[in-house]
Write a protein that binds this ligand. Structure first.
Ligand SMILES: Cc1cc2nc3c(=O)[nH]c(=O)nc-3n(C[C@H](O)[C@H](O)[C@H](O)COP(=O)(O)O)c2cc1C
Length: 380
């Protein structure tokens, strides 16, 4: 891993190690992928204010997200099918995050189950909830997250219906993978991935199979998932979930000031400014471009977090300068996982930590909690 210096290096290595259909699943956005690209590109437009001859000793990246201590304000975002980037992927990523001192968020659509993660970690992790039409299943998921002592529920609001990602359709993506000649070829050319995958029994949706009514095999699972996302999900349901959960609640997928005010009125602990990594509404603005407006609208009333397009510690710093109290990385940790399992996730976090630390110093700051818009160049 010593020659891996950037998240782009991890991405290149993951591409060589992960079968095409799963690498593409991570590296894709909806339709034209315009919003996916904008998430990354718009960070480049934000310029930092360079300061000199300021004491740069004793720097600290420690902070808090929803009142929980973090070694830096960067959590792992919930991502579906993570156990297909690498065998037992969610368990490895959760362990890497725990050792690093940052939150890990498990997706509803994960391969490893809530109980799997609890069995390999010692500190609480976060659980992301998709609200399905089968409310008994949702209640059961919430109870399982409570039993696993998850310390926050991340409720995703921006996936009532699934955005179309062309690559997934062209690749015939499924979990576990199909065994057509094309899929067999994609896997056969990634022998290490295959060997590791043969060594685990976790190859399907661990939170769903055996828990949702009538889902016992692959065919019933794919029918169930395609029908289950709830197009009628409403703010009333948010109140219902908040009540049932009773713990820290984070609302994910806010990209509009009006929705941000609605989110505040629910009494949630935090919101994530997010467009789902450009995977849902293609044509929506980038997360970083919306962040200042949303912080101005509601930042005094609720903790605002951001995800989408973060590929470096500089990007994290820019989000913090605009007023985010926390950030999340999706693809950067997935690329790390594909490139080298747990060590790869750790490497992704190390890269971001070092970049954040040096960049903060060169901006003349010693404490990540003191970053503000005065650290950005005035032309922004
Ligand atoms: C492969 C992949 C799968 C994802 N699955 C989920 C999911 O199951 N639940 C969810 O709330 N968000 C999901 N997301 C969105 C991420 O939580 C996050 O918003 C996004 O990845 C942030 O952008 P970034 O990848 O540029 O960091 C997924 C993203 C990716 C890339």
């Amino acid at each position: 891993m010593n020659d891996i210096l950037t998240i782009a290096d991890l991405k290149a290595r993951a591409k060589r190690r992960v079968p095409k259909m799963f690498f593409d699943y991570a590296d894709s956005g909806a339709y034209t992928e315009g919003t996916y690209r904008a998430n990354e590109e718009d960070f480049q437009k934000v310029k930092l204010r360079q300061r000199v001859l300021v004491d740069m000793t004793n720097r600290s990246l420690e902070s808090e997200m929803i009142g929980q201590k973090v070694s830096m304000p960067v959590a792992l975002a919930p991502t579906g099918l993570t156990g297909m980037q690498h065998a037992d992927g969610e368990m490895l990523a959760a362990q890497a995050a725990e050792e690093f001192g940052v939150p890990f968020t498990l997706s509803t659509m994960s391969i490893c189950s809530i109980e799997d993660i609890a069995s390999v970690t010692t500190k609480p992790f976060w659980f992301q909830l998709y609200v399905m039409q089968d409310r008994d299943f949702v209640i059961n998921l919430i109870e399982r997250a409570k039993a696993a002592k998850c310390s926050a529920l991340v409720l995703t609001l921006d996936l009532q219906i699934l955005g179309q990602r062309h690559k997934d359709i062209r690749n015939g993506l499924s979990a576990p993978p199909k065994f057509t000649p094309k899929h067999i070829w994609q896997m056969a050319t990634r022998p290490l991935w295959c060997m590791q995958m043969l060594g685990t029994k976790r190859r399907s949706f661990g939170n769903i199979v055996g828990h949702a009514k009538s889902v016992t095999d692959l065919t019933s699972l794919s029918v169930w998932t395609s029908e289950q996302f709830d197009p009628q999900l409403s703010w009333r349901d948010v109140a219902w979930i908040k009540e049932r959960w009773g713990g820290k609640l984070i609302l994910k997928g806010i990209l509009d000031e009006e929705d941000a005010r609605m989110a505040v009125s629910t009494g949630a602990d935090a919101m994530i400014v997010s467009n789902h990594g450009g995977r849902q509404l293609d044509g929506a603005p980038s997360s970083i471009s919306m962040l200042p407006r949303i912080v101005d609208a509601v930042g005094g009333d609720i903790e605002v977090h951001l995800d989408g397009g973060i590929r470096s510690g500089q990007d994290v710093l820019k989000a913090l300068c605009y007023g985010a109290k926390g950030t999340y990385i999706g693809r950067p940790f997935l690329y790390g996982l594909g490139a080298g399992g747990k060590a790869g996730v750790t490497r992704a976090l190390e890269i971001i930590r070092k970049e954040l630390d040096i960049t903060m110093a060169l901006c003349g700051e010693r404490d990540v909690r003191n970053l503000s818009r005065r650290n950005l160049h005035q032309g922004n």
